[in-house]
Write a protein that binds this ligand. Structure first.
Ligand SMILES: [Mg+2]
Length: 310
């Protein structure tokens, strides 16, 4: 399929841009209308088949979903509302057109689920299936972004959802490629609504857990110049970690601390904000530790735990 024909076929799959003042695919560049009182948040994230997604278990549709979700998770961590997605896609020349359409379907579904649209993209053949996904988000009414660098000693450390499900799901897929719990690995969720709710409820710092909480808590602690004392035994362990641990002999707590790609949010907040945060809509929150003065980092890495390194 020639590039222009392919792009046309893929654009037919993508949900149209319908925001007044915005311009989607078809011109030399897109226009993203964020309104006059919004700040812009931008991030780019690459998903490479065989590096970030195991091609034995991740279907083309999953790959598209995953690549967009991974990028959107970084917007969630800033408390930003996703608006636009752009995808640079490289695929081996022998890739079937139906697989590319399935990938576009998965990518579109992830964008629409987060309230965003795919505004543009580019395709090329190349050695390895790779999606380079740029995401554009907004911060409405001049609200500041939530950064990694403003945790204060005395803050509590919280986490959304449950940890270890993606790593455990991959282990279960290795044992049985059709294990239904493998969905936690194949199709993770970005905590977009949670990120916005946490930002509005007054968290002081935030990061998405893409490389495992042991690693990402270290990033946040170093950026803030403070130490995140996190209690391994208080981590919210995804129940499927216990299933995976039975077959591999791994400790479920270690799986939850070091497993990457859960895309839950790790954040810090003053004790006075705990009630507001717990009252924020639809949030499943676990308090796992506190911020203390000291060298920037986390007690988890001092315990010899570390997460995924790309
Ligand atoms: Mg991140």
């Amino acid at each position: 399929m020639r590039e222009l024909n392919l792009l046309d076929a893929l654009w037919e799959i993508i949900t149209p841009v319908d925001t007044p003042g915005s311009l989607g695919p078809g011109d030399d560049a897109a226009v993203v209308n964020l309104g006059s009182s919004a700040n812009t948040v931008i991030s780019v994230d690459q998903t490479v088949s065989g590096v970030h997604a195991d091609p034995r278990f991740v279907t083309p549709n999953d790959f598209g979903w995953r690549a967009v979700t991974t990028a959107l998770s970084d917007l969630a961590a800033m408390g930003s509302t996703p608006e636009a997605v752009l995808i640079g896609l490289i695929f081996p020349a022998d890739t079937k057109a139906d697989d590319l359409k399935a990938l576009a379907t998965g990518a579109d579904a992830a964008a629409v689920e987060a309230g965003a649209r795919i505004f543009g993209g580019d395709v090329s053949t190349g050695p390895v299936l790779t999606a380079s996904v740029t995401v554009v988000g907004s911060l409405r009414d001049g609200r500041p972004p939530v950064t990694r660098s403003a945790a204060e000693p005395g803050d509590l450390v919280g986490v959304t959802g449950m940890l270890g499900g993606s790593a455990a799901g991959l282990e279960l897929l290795r044992a049985n490629p059709s294990d239904p719990d493998g969905l936690r690995y194949r199709r993770p969720s970005a905590r977009v609504n949670e990120g916005i709710a946490l930002a509005s409820a007054g968290v002081t710092s935030m990061i998405d857990i893409s490389d495992g909480i042991a690693t990402d808590a270290g990033h946040l602690g170093r950026a803030s110049g403070a130490r995140l004392d996190v209690d391994l035994m208080r981590l919210p362990i995804d129940p499927i970690c216990h299933r995976a641990a039975e077959s591999t002999g791994a400790d479920p707590h270690v799986l939850a601390a070091t497993g990457g790609e859960d895309f839950e949010l790790l954040f810090t907040a003053p004790a006075a904000q705990v009630d507001a945060i717990e009252a924020a809509a639809d949030l499943s929150i676990t308090w796992v530790g506190e911020v203390v003065a000291g060298e920037g980092g986390t007690s988890l890495s001092e315990a010899g735990l570390s997460g995924w390194q790309h």
